[in-house]
Each structure stands twice: as structure tokens, then as C-alpha cells.
Ligand binder design. Structure first.
Ligand code: 13P
Length: 341
């Protein structure tokens, strides 16, 4: 492994107030989103949609990297150019989701453990030969009065660490995603408690598996009250709870933290990221960025609707969200930007 190259890629992914575009929805998830909008759930429709994304002009001004899934990394533009090449030529680093999904965890009702370690070394080698320079693995943690269990946190943390070690062995930057799910009626304080325990366990495992923290990106949830919690804290309270939790749990050697959006509205995700960067500017040892799927793609998808005639308008909407989130990284996002498309 060329360590310097690994560190450089990790730094590049969070440099220049840019963030990541997650477009690695599994086929079932992508189909579900298409079905809701009456878009055909076919390989060709998924390809068309992904072509729309990767060919959006100007995307690289706000987007450093794009996360693909196994189907998409093998796809090409209509003119035959592989998506990986389209992205690389546009100055966007191609990445790949390598987990094979969160499965019911034996002996742990209501909890999931992410699978995909079998053959991972071979798959990482293949993806790296195809041009991917970073990878993603997502673990999900369910919260209620009783959950998460220690067993679930530990199993997921160890899998994340083993995945990360295999990526680094091949010179690929692991993007480590332990997601505390937003579903539920738990409080902001409960989310702080669970997120901190999960992150501490993940970093313990990373240390044990000899993962180099300078060559990774953390992709956590923002610290939020559950979606059904009656008290919903304001943007500044969420920003303070999130950054303070991260300051306690994430070592300074990590170059960047790129949040998932997790089901927040596009505007709230931008506002919260903005508040964090504004309020903690010089007090954070890492870059604080974004790696959104829904909160960056949803408006574009709702405009596209599977119709070629809507492509340019959809690309405009995608570009707009990318710019809003890049502004949020600088602490310069304003609600008025939403009317400036
Ligand atoms: P959302 O931003 O839609 O939560 O997706 C991020 C992601 O990559 C999930 O793994």
C-alpha cells in the first residue's frame, strides 16, 4: 500500500468545501424510489438516471467523490464511455459500496448486522482495477428503550474495522458508516448516548484491526431526536449536540467526517450542516462535510420522472443541492439560496 497516496485521497474527498454524492442505492432501494414516482423499475431506467447524475455539468465544483453500487460501476453512458471514466474525467473520485446489506442478526430480534466480508479482498481488488479509489460500508443501529444491544454494536463495529483494513491493504480509502437510524420516538439525549457509544466502539475496533485513521473517512448520522419524538430541537441545538458528540468520540487524526442525510429534508440537512460549520469553525480538528443520497438527489429524481425531456431541469436541481451543501460547508448557506435556482 502506498500510504501517502491513501492519505492524499482521503484528504481530497473532503477538500475545498466539497462533499460526496451517494448514488449507491441497491437495486431494491432504487426501484422502491422509482416505483413511488411511477418510473419503470428496469436496468435501463436505473442506467439512464445514473447517466443523468454523472453527466451533470459543473458538479465537480461542489462534489469531490461519487459512491456507486456494483451495477452502476459496470455501466456506461449511451455513447459507451464507462461511468467511472466520466466521473474521473470530470474531476470526481469514483467510489464503491462494498457491503452486501444489513441482515437480521441471529439472537438479536429487531437488530441488523451488515454482511459482505466473504471474498471482500477479491472484490476490493476488482473494484480498484476498475478505477474505484474509495469504498463504503454501512452498518445500521436501531434505537428504542431496549436497543441497541452491546452484541449488535460490537458485531457491526468489528465488521466495519475488518472491511476498512481490507480496503487500506489495497490502497482504497474506507468510508466507515455506522448509521444510528432516525426511526423512533427517542430523545436527542438518547441519540447522543447511542451515537457516542457506537463511535467509541467503532474506533476501538479500528485500532485493534490496525486501520490507519489518516486514511479513512467517517460517515455518521447527525445527532437528532427520533422522527416521532414530540420534542424536536432547533438547528443550533442539533448542531451543538452533534459536534460535541463527535469531538468526544472521533480522534483528530481522521481527516474528514461526511454526514449521511438519513431521511431529513434537503433544506434541514443543509441548515444543520451549515450551523455546525458556522458555530464550530476553528474548533474542529477534522473537515465536516456531507455524503448525502436522498437529501441531494430527491428533488432531481422528482423532476426527472423517467422522461428524457426533464433531464436538464433535473440536473439543475441536483447542482443546486450540491451548491447549497457546499455553501453549508463554508457556513455560508442561507434559506434564501433555495429561491435562487
Ligand atoms: P442518505 O443520505 O439518503 O441517508 O444516504 C446516505 C447513504 O449513503 C446511505 O448509505
Amino acid at each position: 500500500m502506498n500510504e501517502e497516496e491513501l492519505f492524499r485521497t482521503a484528504r481530497l474527498l473532503v477538500a475545498d468545501h466539497k462533499g460526496l454524492l451517494a448514488m449507491d442505492e441497491s437495486n431494491p432501494t432504487c426501484n422502491k424510489r422509482f416505483a413511488r414516482l411511477g418510473i419503470p423499475q428496469t436496468v435501463e431506467a436505473r442506467r439512464d438516471y445514473r447517466e443523468l447524475i454523472v453527466t451533470t455539468p459543473g458538479l465537480c465544483e461542489s462534489i469531490s467523490g461519487a459512491i456507486l453500487c456494483d451495477e452502476t460501476i459496470r455501466q456506461k453512458k449511451k455513447d459507451g464511455t464507462p461511468f467511472v471514466q466520466v466521473l474521473s474525467e470530470a474531476g470526481i473520485i469514483p467510489g464503491i459500496k462494498v457491503d452486501s446489506g444489513a441482515k437480521d442478526m441471529a439472537g438479536h430480534p429487531g437488530e441488523k448486522v451488515t454482511e459482505g466480508l466473504d471474498d471482500l479482498r477479491d472484490r476490493v481488488r476488482e473494484y480498484s482495477q476498475m478505477g474505484a479509489r474509495f469504498a463504503k460500508w454501512r452498518a445500521v443501529i436501531t434505537v428504542n428503550d431496549r436497543l441497541p444491544s452491546r452484541g449488535c454494536i460490537e458485531a457491526n463495529a468489528q465488521a466495519l474495522a475488518r472491511y476498512a483494513a481490507l480496503c487500506q491493504e489495497r490502497g482504497m480509502v474506507p468510508m466507515i458508516e455506522p448509521e444510528v437510524l432516525m426511526d423512533g420516538d427517542y430523545s436527542l439525549e438518547r441519540c447522543v448516548e447511542v451515537t457516542e457509544e457506537v463511535l467509541r466502539t467503532v474506533f476501538n475496533q479500528l485500532y485493534r484491526q490496525r486501520v490507519n485513521l489518516q486514511g479513512m473517512i467517517l460517515k455518521p448520522n447527525m445527532v437528532l431526536p427520533g422522527l416521532n419524538c414530540p420534542s424536536q430541537e432547533d438547528v443550533n441545538e442539533v448542531a451543538d449536540a452533534t459536534v460535541n458528540c463527535l469531538l468526544r468520540a472521533v480522534p483528530a487524526a481522521v481527516p474528514g467526517i461526511a454526514f449521511l442525510s438519513g431521511g431529513q429534508s434537503c433544506e434541514l440537512a443543509s441548515e444543520r450542516l451549515n450551523a455546525m460549520n458556522m458555530r464550530f469553525k476553528s474548533r474542529m480538528p477534522w473537515e465536516l462535510a456531507f455524503s448525502f443520497a436522498r437529501a441531494i438527489q430527491q428533488p432531481a429524481l422528482e423532476i426527472w420522472l423517467g422522461q428524457e425531456a426533464n433531464t436538464m431541469a433535473a440536473q439543475q436541481a441536483l447542482l443546486h443541492r450540491a451548491r447549497c451543501n457546499s455553501a453549508a460547508r463554508r457556513g455560508e448557506y442561507r434559506a434564501a439560496m433555495e429561491f435562487e435556482q
